[in-house]
Design a protein around this ligand. Structure first.
Ligand SMILES: Cc1cc2nc3c(=O)[nH]c(=O)nc-3n(C[C@H](O)[C@H](O)[C@H](O)COP(=O)(O)OP(=O)(O)OC[C@H]3O[C@@H](n4cnc5c(N)ncnc54)[C@H](O)[C@@H]3O)c2cc1C
Length: 414
């Protein structure tokens, strides 16, 4: 296995549980990749690199967590839905699809104003959803009514959150894939879920424990520099100062991010464009007992996640922020957060985390560059949120890609 992000861990856990002898090579000092937890000195707290929203319909992630035991570390949102605040007008609302399953539960929600975003008209919403369902090759903005209030208060923030791209850029078929697995199935599948003690405790540590118990070798700070391929097989894996010759039964799963693939294998296509995500974590005065998320519209900040006394702000599609210095970012964002939380004007201790290549660019054009798990090389397989899972670059997509790659390997051995 090359890469110990969620895709690599998902594949490794499944192969290990199936009795395979697994070796993981990870270039970083830690596992988790773009989904990691660490202790931050400035905040004197354990934080995630970026807030990750999971929904109760993310069945790939939930199945994985049941395999590793990590599910006990997840909690559902206290109020069942997602709270929103319009920073410009001060208006607040909650999008709560309830707890039901199936079309009837969705229809009930469509006619209950108290649980909807402002401006939702049932027929308009259904028209938007229908257009997204049939929007292959189009952007989200080309499918939904961009002049409606619902667009500004629902479609725009949801597209940015789920696809890390503005609706004018984002592929409609990816947002439909998420709607199909969550909202369309009913509120029981659209509940926000949070990791009580951070992503690492829920998603990464239990997986590493399963691998250790299964006898897998997990090596950190071990960067793969080349895959030597001859006669349609990877026969040798090279590191900076060493190389490992593979046996005839060995398979390699390449579970690196989209931008690293071309460095290792020439003839595998992968998305080339990337989009950034910015996270600013503040140490605030008022702590919360239960993790909570608030969607913000009408300002620069898009999502506010609170866990204990840390308020974490997410800005998606954040390429324009990447060259700004951290101090000016923290000062530019804080007034909105102070307003949302009723905190003072003075900027508290903060940590800015810039993820320049947080996801591949989820545009209709880039979707054509997503390969499946199999390659032309008979013992080389691909995993990662950028591979063709039919889903956006999310935890759900990464975990699914790992499952598909592991299945392909096991099938080749059967
Ligand atoms: C700030 C941020 C917020 C996000 N928010 C959400 C969210 O709310 N909900 C959601 O579902 N998803 C979210 N995502 C997306 C999610 O984190 C990713 O889709 C997922 O973590 C990708 O996993 P992966 O295993 O495919 O890739 P990665 O996590 O990138 O893992 C690849 C691994 O390969 C390693 N590697 C690279 N090159 C080599 C090499 N040559 N040799 C050995 N190892 C190598 C890397 O170090 C890394 O550990 C967010 C991402 C970011 C960055």
């Amino acid at each position: 296995m090359i890469g110990a992000g969620l895709a690599g861990l998902s594949a490794a856990v499944r192969l290990s549980k199936a009795g395979a002898s697994v070796t993981v090579h990870e270039t970083a000092k830690y596992a988790g990749g773009r989904c990691r937890t660490f202790h931050d000195q400035a905040l004197q707290s354990t934080i995630d690199n970026g807030t990750h929203l999971l929904l109760s319909g993310n069945h790939e992630v939930l199945d994985f967590l049941h395999l590793t035991g990590g599910h006990s570390q997840l909690v559902e949102a206290e109020r069942g839905g997602l709270d929103f605040l319009d920073l410009a007008s001060g208006e607040r609302w909650c999008v709560d699809l309830g707890t039901g399953k199936g079309t009837l539960s969705l229809l009930k929600w469509l006619f209950d104003k108290s649980r909807q975003p402002p401006g939702l008209k049932p027929l308009g919403f259904l028209k938007d959803v229908f257009a997204l369902k049939h929007g292959r090759g189009k952007t989200v903005a080309a499918c939904v009514n961009t002049t409606s209030e619902l667009y500004h208060k629902f479609w725009q923030p949801m597209t940015l959150a789920v696809l890390n791209a503005a609706p004018q850029d984002a592929a409609a078929e990816l947002i439909w894939a998420v709607l199909r697995e969550t909202v369309i199935k009913g509120g029981a599948f659209a509940k926000p879920m949070y990791a009580t003690h951070g992503l690492g405790t829920a998603l990464v540590d239990p997986a590493l424990k399963v691998l250790a118990e299964g006898g897998a070798d997990v090596h950190f700070q071990r960067r793969i520099t080349a895959l030597d391929i001859e006669q349609g097989r990877v026969y040798c894996v090279s590191f900076a100062k060493a190389a490992e010759v593979l046996s005839v039964d060995d398979a390699v799963i390449l579970a690196v991010p989209h931008h690293s693939v071309a460095n290792l294998v020439a003839d595998v296509k992968a998305p080339t464009g990337s989009r950034a995500i910015l996270n600013v974590h503040y140490q605030v005065r008022k702590a919360v007992d239960h993790p909570r998320m608030t969607g913000l519209v009408g300002g620069q900040a898009e999502w506010l996640f609170q866990r204990s006394n840390i308020a974490s702000v997410t800005i998606s599609g954040a390429d324009a922020w990447m060259d700004k210095d951290t101090d000016s970012i923290a000062h530019a964002v804080w007034p909105e957060i102070a307003k949302a939380l009723g905190e003072g004007a003075e900027v508290p201790a903060y940590r800015v985390i810039k993820e320049r290549r947080a996801t591949f660019a989820a545009t209709p054009q880039e979707l054509h560059k997503r390969p499946g798990p199999q390659t032309l090389c008979e013992n080389l397989y691909l995993a990662g949120d950028w591979t063709d899972t039919g889903l956006p670059a999310t935890l759900e997509g990464a975990v699914k890609s790992g499952r598909l790659a592991a299945q392909a390997v096991l099938q080749s051995w059967s």
